[in-house]
Design a protein around this ligand. Structure first.
Ligand code: FO1
Length: 319
């Protein structure tokens, strides 16, 4: 079975681990969000691609869900001693090596998709990991500066990590997405898929950014395969992160049903909500999306694999 997954960072990566265990023989292609990418210290950092690669390759820091296990921060401390920041973004020594290799290969002319394949040669994530695009896309967030009261636009990582999404997002813009092309293999994988999954990743800045690359939304909508998503919102709040802030910016309520309707029946065939949201099943079904309430907390490997099995079962019905 060929499965395509549109993934963001931590939630997407953890779900993929469960999917691999639930469908060990499946041929899985991951289309990774690159809107979170940032250039720091002259290096190209791809947080979501790396989170998927490290998580599936056994190198992730399990507690925080991003960055490397057994990490040290000597380079960051040395940079700080030179007064070189930003200090708010935690790049560790082991992680730095990944960004150095990536930047070196990009400078030599390799596209991001080829670089990602080369990095995955080391990590063997057991999936085919494709960036959504080889072109530069950077998500920016418009906010009202809490000090000056003026409108300001910041990089997504500054909003997420430095500001902890403490102020409302007025707009979320995937800068460059409208000019970006899907990376080689992306449209082909979607067209050839037997199943397309939206994991419990952020619907705006992760899955939404991938869908913003011209051609990808259309390919998913036209695919012969059923499309099944898992709600990242449980009981009216994001399971992780601050998805409610960016959902508000696109006028979507933070409920499992509202996220399903935001994707819409033009994209989604099936939607899983948590048992806490069983009351919203009828509303989603009324919109023409097959819906079921099942436990959606990725508390451990077995719970996550069970979620993936439910997604596969729902897809079987939607087919
Ligand atoms: N998240 C944080 O909350 N703080 C950090 O300092 C941080 C650094 C970081 C470095 C490399 C990397 O791959 C991810 C990192 N993240 C950090 C996670 C990242 O900011 C976001 O969670 C994702 O971009 C959202 O998917």
């Amino acid at each position: 079975m060929r499965i395509v997954v549109l993934a963001g960072g931590i939630g997407g990566a953890r779900f993929l681990r469960g999917l691999k265990s639930a469908a060990p023989d499946a041929d899985i292609t991951v289309i990774g969000n690159t809107g979170d990418d940032i250039h720091l210290f002259g290096l190209k950092v791809c947080p979501d691609l790396d989170t998927v690669m490290y998580t599936l390759g056994g190198g992730i820091n399990e507690d925080q869900g991003w960055g490397r296990t057994d990490e040290s921060f000597t380079v960051k401390e040395e940079l700080a001693a030179y007064g070189v920041g930003p200090s708010w973004f935690g790049l560790g020594d082991r992680d730095f090596a990944t960004h150095i290799v990536r930047t070196q290969m990009l400078s030599a002319g390799y596209p991001l998709s080829a670089v990602t394949e080369a990095l995955c040669d080391r990590w063997q994530p057991g999936v085919r990991l494709l960036p959504m695009s080889d072109d530069r896309v950077e998500t920016h967030v418009a906010i009202e500066d809490p000090e000056s009261g003026e409108r300001r636009v910041v990089h997504f990582q500054e909003y997420w990590v430095k500001m902890r999404a403490a102020v409302d997002a007025q707009a979320v813009v995937p800068v460059g997405a409208d000019q970006a092309k899907p990376a080689p293999g992306v449209l082909e994988a979607i067209a050839a898929a037997d199943l397309i999954l939206f994991p419990p990743s952020n619907p705006v800045v992760s899955v939404g950014t991938i869908l913003a690359v011209p051609g990808i939304r259309e390919a998913v909508a036209e695919a012969a395969a059923p499309v099944v998503g898992l709600s990242p919102i449980v009981g009216g709040a994001p399971v992780r992160g601050m998805a409610d802030k960016v959902l508000a910016a696109v006028g979507v309520e933070s409920t499992a049903a509202a996220v399903a309707l935001h994707y819409g029946s033009g994209l989604l065939d099936g939607w899983l909500v948590d048992t806490a949201d069983a009351g919203s099943v009828a509303e989603v079904a009324a919109a023409g999306i097959r819906c079921r309430a099942v436990p959606l907390m990725m508390t451990d490997a077995e719970a996550t694999a069970a979620m993936a099995r439910e997604a596969l079962a729902l897809a079987g019905e939607a087919r």
